[in-house]
Ligand binder design. Structure first.
Ligand code: GLN
Ligand code: ZN
Length: 760
């Protein structure tokens, strides 16, 4: 019998019922002690290990678990603690760890940004006085507790040195190699400890190898891994890539490590093509990512098995490991508890647990022969085919409308310069108009009201009254604060994507399908399983109500097509671009419905536009062109006087400046506060002439920013941008902040805008 092995790259942290999130939040609120937290977290870790063991996974990861974020863990383990946190406690304790993640009274949190092309956010390591050390070998603790208490020899997982430094900030570009080199001895120490403790394999994640990498970086990879492995004798290193094909296959496979992990799902066939062309070293292990770790669909096991057989031919016997394409951090935990999905859909779904089962099924097939898994393959295929043939996936009208637009070029009727004049007349706004990004605090009361309504304890009328009362209170509160453009507050929305998904055709919802977004915050992405279509107005009632209460312009809020697509689990039988376009056409109808009720400022949020960017430069143009197309398709029929806003929350803009311009939105608001002025520089070289609001304060932290601080960031922005085009707003929506933080911060913000306006 053969001995191919199954492996897992990482398991969801949050628990079947988000126990992880609840424990963390209880700790932050003070209702759970540090000891209680650590005990609860250990239970979670152990249950994840046991679960994977029961599923039959041979190589079970440790170190994938985290109390907040694995990039922060790695930085913290190597003592990369920015000075502003050191003064607080002087130690590497849990308080310091959480202060880096969330900010504290004394220090602004570390920046947070999206993890490659996902909706997971990591804490950006800061390299200030770079003096790495192994503060505490946390990975060893994880390995030992599993070994000693569960008798499982796990596979430690760690973020590799190149990726760690690449994701960090605070160093000059030409110091990159030297920072990486300085980390080598410390990585070696961690690995040596693990080796002594009896680890067999260590998975070193280097997702940078799936981005476009330079010759120097390739040389550095060789040097680093040569040095690290030369110091190890028994433990084997597996260099893991994911999310796309590796960029420099030939060099990567020859790195002096014992195994290489590839993504054979999101590589568009490129990894396999390279493998065919250049072969694979006989002495190395090939870890094959066969099951999609980013979606929720069952795999076509027949296809996957045939693919595996081809791979098996290319490597030496027993040198193949079968695994998901990436960590299962990006999928919900289990489909088992979903009891309210239509059977047709449920039959086609697989979450983390089910994906691990698919991995073990494929492994079994290879080891014992295909006949041993034939019944499962057939059964799974039948379930996928039933969905494929369904009415929901074959709506002729939707497909027709998408193709009708193929012969036209979407876009606004007037060019921006002329629209600008129309808007000046129409809105008569002051210089530096102050506004917000849309959502206002989602208090416990609001969440409870929604849940009562969902359960049926509250009728529609009662819920509607409740929402309207909140809208009224906040409209007058915003007037008192002195904002120039108001919002309705999004109280009726649970989540900016789920809300629309629930009202559009073609979407379905799980009950427990949560995934981690940042820190303890989880999202429950909708499932786009059919053709998407607009049924009836989705947002008009609340927005028109809010506008009826004020003479100030009220900005209507929609979530854009690219964001809805990127933050949903999307069907994989048609291209994502088709899904984008179907959603865009549905939103086009919503804009029309808002205009019919006299809403003339409409924000189409695209916070997820950039995260969908392919990792390799040569693939980005096509994605961006599609994103622009979908945005323009959404806004193309807007009236001249309608001012279209958009919002994006991240600060890395250099590579998409052109795209932002091409969206042709009248006003864009973007996150800038956490980048500490870095973003403004991006506009220095670029002539952006449309309205723009660079966030003047960070909404991820409970801290209330003083007036002067925000004045300073406006001043900094106005060195580059024209006062005529500048808007004053926070970084993002305020739904996660409490009322006091929100009101006080916004008061300071409008005061800063007022003072600045007087100066001009
Ligand atoms: N309008 C949304 C809000 O304010 C935008 C959120 C986002 O960008 N993620 O909540
Ligand atoms: Zn945002």
């Amino acid at each position: 019998m053969k001995q191919w092995r199954s492996s897992s790259l990482g398991y969801p942290r949050i628990g079947e019922r988000r126990e992880w999130k609840k424990a963390l939040e209880a700790f932050w609120e003070g209702s759970l002690s540090e000891n209680e937290l650590l005990t609860e977290m250990k239970e979670q870790r152990f249950s994840h290990i046991n679960k994977q063991k029961e599923k039959g996974i041979d190589l079970i990861p440790v170190g994938d678990f985290s109390l907040y974020d694995h990039v922060l863990d790695t930085a913290f383990m190597f003592g990369l603690i920015p000075d502003r946190f050191k003064s607080e406690t002087g130690t590497d304790d849990l308080a310091t760890y959480f202060a880096m993640a969330r900010g504290s009274k004394e220090a602004v949190a570390c920046e947070m940004t999206k993890w490659f092309n996902t909706n997971y956010h990591y804490i950006v390591p800061e390299i200030d006085h770079f003096a790495p050390r192994v503060a505490h070998n946390q990975l060893l603790d994880y390995f030992l507790e599993a070994k000693n208490e569960l008798h499982v020899k796990t596979k430690p997982v760690i973020l590799g040195p190149l990726t760690l430094v690449k994701l960090a900030k605070g160093y000059q570009e030409n110091d990159f190699a030297s920072c990486v080199r300085q980390l080598i001895p410390h990585y070696m120490q961690v690995f040596k400890d693990l080796e002594e403790a009896g680890a067999e394999w260590i998975q070193v994640d280097e997702p940078v190898v799936s981005t476009s990498i330079s010759d120097e970086e390739v040389e550095l990879l060789k040097e680093v891994y040569h040095e690290i492995t030369s110091g190890l004798s028994n433990v084997k290193l597996l260099l893991q890539s994911y999310f796309e094909a590796v960029d420099r296959y030939e060099e990567i496979i020859n790195l002096p490590v014992d195994g290489i992990g590839f993504d054979f799902v999101h590589d568009e066939g490129a990894n396999f093509a390279q493998l065919k062309k250049f072969g694979f070293p006989k002495e190395k292990v090939l870890a094959a990512g066969m099951i999609d770790g980013r979606n929720v669909w069952k795999a076509d096991l027949n296809d996957r098995f045939e693919y595996l057989e081809k791979l098996a031919e290319c490597v030496d016997s027993d040198q193949l490991i079968i695994q998901p394409s990436c960590s299962l951090l990006h999928t919900p935990v289990t489909i088992e508890t979903e009891d309210s999905l239509p059977p047709l859909l449920k039959g086609a779904l697989a979450f983390a647990d089910e994906k691990l089962e698919e991995v073990t099924i494929l492994t079994k097939g290879l080891n014992e022969g295909k006949a041993s898994i034939e019944p499962v393959i057939d059964d799974q295929w039948r379930q996928l085919d039933a969905l494929k043939q369904s009415e929901e996936r074959n709506r002729g009208d939707v497909k027709q409308e998408v193709s009708d637009w193929n012969t036209r070029t979407p876009g606004r009727k007037l060019p921006y310069s002329r629209r600008k004049k129309v808007h000046e007349e129409f809105f008569r706004l002051p210089l530096l108009p102050a506004t917000t990004i849309g959502s206002l605090p989602q208090t416990k009361e609001i969440r409870q009201a929604r849940s009562k309504w969902r359960k049926g304890d509250w009728g529609n009328e009662e819920y509607k009254e409740f929402i309207e009362r909140n809208i009224s209170e906040w409209v007058s509160c915003q007037e008192t604060i002195g904002l120039d453009v108001l919002v309705h507050g999004e109280f009726e929305r649970n989540d900016m994507v789920e809300f629309f998904g629930e009202k559009l055709g073609g979407f379905a919802f799980t009950r427990f399908g949560w995934v981690q977004s940042y820190g303890s915050r989880c999202v429950k992405p909708p499932v786009v399983y059919g053709d998407v279509y607009w049924k009836e107005p989705m947002t008009v009632e609340e927005i028109a109500f809010a506008q009826s209460l004020t003479d100030k312009p009220l900005k209507g809020m929609l979530t854009g097509p690219v964001t809805i697509t990127n933050w949903s689990f999307v069907r994989n039988d048609v291209s994502k671009f088709d899904v984008n376009r179907q959603i865009a056409l549905a939103l086009q109808k919503e804009i029309h419905a808002l205009e019919e009720r006299d809403i003339h400022m409409i924000q189409v949020d695209e916070p997820a536009l950039r995260e969908g960017l392919p990792l390799k430069v040569e693939k980005q143009a096509k994605y961006l062109a599609e994103a622009v197309y979908a945005f323009k398709l959404t806004t193309t029929l807007a009236k001249d006087e309608t001012q279209i806003h958009t919002h994006m929350c991240y600060s890395n803009f250099n590579d998409i400046m052109d795209t932002i311009d091409q969206l042709d939105a009248d006003v864009i608001s973007i996150e800038a506060a956490r980048s500490h002025g870095g973003l403004v520089a991006a506009f220095e070289n670029d002539h952006y002439d449309k309205g723009i609001g660079l966030g003047v304060y960070d909404i991820h932290s409970p801290r209330i920013p003083p007036v002067e601080e925000m004045e300073k960031s406006i001043t900094r922005a106005l060195q580059v941008l024209d006062p005529e085009q500048f808007w004053v707003n926070p970084d993002c929506g305020l739904k996660t902040r409490n009322i006091k933080e929100t009101v006080e911060s916004l008061k300071n913000m409008t005061e800063a805008a007022r003072l600045k306006r007087e100066e001009i």
